[in-house]
Design a protein around this ligand. Structure first.
Ligand code: MN
Length: 505
């Protein structure tokens, strides 16, 4: 069965506390969602502002494959604003629970039904496709909810949506009222679930199993309060778990991670590390037992292959690590310690872990260097030339010359400051060669005074999701940052070269 994905990242997602997007940002996200393969995009709530109408209009006119929808209360002016924004499809809603009717709308049940019917009839008279939501449906008296759905169906609604507005439903209850809605309307039914009790995805799936054809979801599960059902979790659960029926969506799952990062960056809401599918740790392994299992067969501790959602697995060493994990991580850098050396490296890693210290690949490589009495890693990238200018009245500007495996590359760029300009110039070179970008940048001052030492820690990532960390200490913030960046690039390129070698015949 094909399940329709109605994405509301740009409407309910934008209602996340503290989030506001410009029309340009909304349009960029809409294109990304379209590429991902969502069936419908709720672009916004046109009545609320001029900028919102502009954003909705641009998305409606962007020639997307997805249907574009806008939110409207059951008010003529809201519906007119949607038409004015170029929409042919609205999502109109009125609350139907007694608590909302009494304390928010000050309407009787009969008055609410009359308003709903009038709005649906008006929207149909304006030629719109109408999806009707009974807000707070899951706290609405069950028989009354059925009669509301029946009334709007007779008024011409095309689709019915069941919003679990405050995440109050159980999977059993949403299944029951989904069946009610289908029976009362014979229309396509959607479920719109919130995550106040962490059940949004479970409730959405339960609605689908009960016969709903569509779920309202958001990227990264963003939305009001605890958020909405997360698109990536919902889609992957339908695709990968065992159900009586087989479910499919039009989502290209390989784009999920990239879309998640894109939205997180623009919206400014970080994804929690332990979030399913798209969280930093979703395909990371540290414990020795797990690492050993995954190295011999990934299915031991991974329910799905990370590639399916556009990711790669990673290992980290720490106090739970084992020899297999340490060897595997070092092998990524082409380092093969003896059995005794591995044992000693592992001991030192565990010592650090017992002191509560986080062991990144920076520490692992430096420990390995000490144990093996080696200079360190093979270096592919060398800084061959560098200058930066900064001041007042001129944009900071950097010139960088890198030697990569014997060939010189030159990059120049501007930035908001000298560090930014230098990193931009480096990325101009490596963007083409290795598609490396900075994921994290942290600057600490080690001692006081103007000749203080600074410590720069960075994490870089390439287009394949490979990551590497690097740390550099020095007196000059700009040069120290450039060195950390080059170390990071070096590590990530080394990983890639060795990976390709291992894959090759
Ligand atoms: Mn909502």
């Amino acid at each position: 069965m094909k399940v329709r994905i109605f994405d509301t990242t740009l409407r309910d997602g934008e209602q996340t506390p503290g989030v506001a997007l410009t029309p340009e940002q909304k349009l960029a996200i809409a294109h990304k969602l379209d590429e991902l393969g969502v069936d419908a995009i709720e672009a916004g709530f046109p009545i609320i502002s001029e900028g919102e109408r502009k954003a909705v209009r641009e998305i409606a006119n962007a020639n997307l494959r997805a249907e574009v929808c806008g939110l409207a209360r059951t008010e003529r002016k809201d519906i007119d604003a949607a038409v004015g924004a170029g929409l042919g499809y609205i999502h109109t809603f009125i609350a139907t629970s007694d608590i909302h009717l009494k304390y928010k709308l000050n309407l009787t049940r009969e008055q609410a039904v009359a308003k709903a019917v009038e709005a649906v009839e008006y929207a149909k008279s304006r030629g719109l496709q109408v999806e009707f939501s009974a807000e707070d449906a899951t706290r609405t008296e069950r028989e009354f909810l059925k009669s509301v759905f029946k009334a709007v169906t007779e008024a011409g609604a095309d689709r019915i949506d069941i919003p679990d507005t405050v995440g109050y439903s159980t999977p059993q209850y949403i299944a029951a009222i989904t069946k009610d809605a289908i029976e009362a309307t014979h229309l396509p039914v959607s479920v719109h679930c919130h995550n106040d009790f962490g059940l949004a995805v479970a409730n959405a799936i339960s609605g689908i199993q009960a016969g709903a054809q569509c779920a309202h979801v958001t990227i990264n599960g963003i939305g009001e309060r605890a958020g909405n059902a997360s698109l990536e979790e919902f889609v992957m659960a339908l695709q990968c778990l065992q159900f009586e029926n087989k479910y499919e969506t039009n989502i290209n799952s390989r784009l999920l991670y990239d879309t998640s990062r894109f939205v997180s960056k623009i919206v400014g809401v970080q994804v929690q590390p332990n979030k399913a599918i798209v969280g930093e740790n979703a395909f990371g392994h540290e414990s020795g037992i797990h690492t050993h299992g995954v190295l011999s067969n990934p299915l031991t501790y991974e329910p799905i292959s990370p590639e399916i959602v556009g990711r790669t697995r990673w290992f980290q060493v720490g106090k739970h690590a084992g020899a297999h994990g340490v060897s595997a991580m070092l092998e990524e850098y082409g380092i093969q310690p003896s059995k005794e050396q591995t044992h000693e490296i592992l001991e030192r890693v565990k010592n650090l872990g017992d002191q509560g210290k986080h062991v990144t690949d920076v520490e692992l490589l430096s420990i390995t260097g000490e144990v093996m009495h080696q200079e360190g890693l093979r270096r592919l990238v060398h800084l061959a030339g560098f200058s930066v200018s900064t001041g007042i009245g001129n944009m900071p500007y950097a010139f960088v010359k890198l030697n990569i495996e014997g060939k010189d590359f030159i990059g120049t760029d501007y930035g908001v400051g000298p560090v930014d300009a230098s990193i931009n110039a480096i990325q101009k070179i490596t963007g083409e060669i290795a598609k490396v970008r900075i994921k994290e940048y942290k600057l600490d001052s080690i001692s006081g005074g103007s000749e203080a030492l600074c410590e720069v820690t960075i994490k870089v990532e390439d287009a394949y999701g490979n990551q590497a960390s690097a740390k550099s200490v020095g007196e000059d913030i700009v040069i120290t940052s450039v060195q950390a960046m080059i170390d990071g690039i070096n590590r990530i390129m080394l990983k890639n070269i060795l990976k390709q070698k291992n894959l090759g015949p």
